[in-house]
Design a protein around this ligand. Structure first.
Ligand code: PLP
Length: 388
């Protein structure tokens, strides 16, 4: 079914589906076969799960492509599989990549632990913008990688500006689009080459599966797929089924996340005892105008710094009831964590403080519950911890 002219709710629900015509089923069945009766020379034939080309894998991959406005999509075993295979699809020994400094901690770890070992150079750019990123480009640079809104401080980077610099300097541009989801941000429409996701978060949306995804041109996605095949990073059929099912409500969920996060950010901004609220939907957020111009919604993620000693911040977290303390994000349930001891725990303390990840910074993934209930829970936990 061609869904390219249809709305984002319709594409979330119907794009990519492989309906079970044999029995008239209205969902993509879970194909369990690990062997397919296809001749080797048949282009596009279903063959083998590790090659990422069985129908259960094709369905969410095509759905993502339809939502991102991409030629091709690919689903993989984790967000880190998507990030590592994307980077290694372009970079080889002697090459160099420019990245923004305030990246998801796991991406940072991958650079430190793996790229250096493979003889691939990288430069991390603080307070990244197109000009600062371009200043770090060398004769060996092959790619530029950004994350916006960034984790956990929700910094916004000018995507059209970065895409233009990449085109000018002949680089492949990649963005971790996890926090926004393709409903709130479509980087390929702004000139980006690859949009990468931890599908564990908003794409699936139910905190019950680990997966990743990539969208881009057929050529670039084929190169990522080649790496993923060699590293064995493919997503199994059961999880593909869950991912496709979760993605059907993506547009619906994102509308609620956007609405709830705006209400929670407004509450926190007006509340005493909060040193800072980081949410791009707030007019005083430094990236607000940019976010308004390049995003279709401000998203469900925010962070805030409690104005209290670390012990009181710990009490606040312990006293939350509805909001669960957990590291992940993007699910329908609200989750909170301290990035200093979770996503950024492996980052040296000085580096962490330098990018603004303080000890009392709370990251909140605002879920799809009733906003009033989330706000009441945050308020009572602050009262209990005497933060005012
Ligand atoms: C922004 C971002 N990118 C990538 C990842 C990695 O995804 P995964 O855990 O699915 O490998 C995460 C995980 O938290 C993330 O928050």
């Amino acid at each position: 079914m061609d869904t390219s002219r249809l709305g984002e709710n319709t594409r979330s629900i119907r794009a990519g589906e492989r309906l079970d015509r044999a029995v008239g089923g209205v969902t993509t069945p879970i194909h369990t076969a690990a062997a397919y009766m296809a001749a080797d020379d048949v282009e596009g034939a279903y063959r083998y799960p590790r090659y990422c080309n069985i129908p259960t894998q094709a369905a969410p991959a095509e759905k993502l492509a339809a939502l991102e406005g991409a030629e091709a999509g690919l689903v993989l075993a984790s967000g880190m599989a998507a990030i590592s295979s994307s980077l290694l699809s372009v970079l080889g020994s002697g090459d160099h990549v420019v990245l923004q400094a305030d990246l998801y901690g796991g991406t940072h770890r991958f650079l430190m632990a793996e790229l250096a070992r493979l003889g691939i150079g990288f430069t991390l750019v603080s307070e990244a913008d197109p000009a600062r990123l371009e200043a770090a480009v060398t004769a060996h640079t092959r790619a530029v990688f950004v994350e916006t809104p960034s984790n956990p401080l929700l910094r916004i980077i000018d995507l059209a500006g970065v895409a233009a610099l990449a085109k000018k300097r002949g680089l492949v541009s990649m963005v971790d689009n996890t926090f926004a989801s393709p409903i709130n941000q479509r980087p390929l429409e702004l000139g980006f080459d690859l949009s990468i996701h931890s599908g564990t978060k908003y794409l699936n949306g139910h905190s019950d599966l680990n997966c990743g995804a990539v969208a881009g041109s057929k050529t670039l996605v084929a190169a990522v797929r080649e790496r993923a095949i060699n590293f064995g990073q493919t997503l199994n059929t059961y999880d593909c089924y869950l991912l496709e099912r979760g993605m059907k409500t993506l547009a619906l969920r994102m509308a609620r996340h956007n609405e709830n996060a705006m209400a929670v950010a407004g509450f926190l901004a007006a509340r005493k005892g909060i040193a800072a609220v980081h949410y791009p939907g707030l007019p005083d957020h430094p990236g607000h105008a940019l976010a308004k111009s390049q995003m279709h919604g401000f998203g469900g993620m925010l962070s805030f710094a409690l104005d209290c000693p670390p012990a009181a911040a710990r009490t606040f977290m312990d006293r939350l009831g509805l909001v669960l303390e957990a590291v992940s994000l993007g699910g329908i349930e609200s989750l909170a964590c301290f990035p200093a001891v979770t996503s950024h725990a492996k980052m040296p303390r000085e580096d962490r403080l330098a990018i603004g990840v303080t000890d009392t910074l709370v990251r909140l993934s605002v879920g799809c519950e009733d906003a009033d209930d989330i706000i009441a829970d945050l308020g009572q936990a602050m009262d209990a911890a005497h933060i005012a």
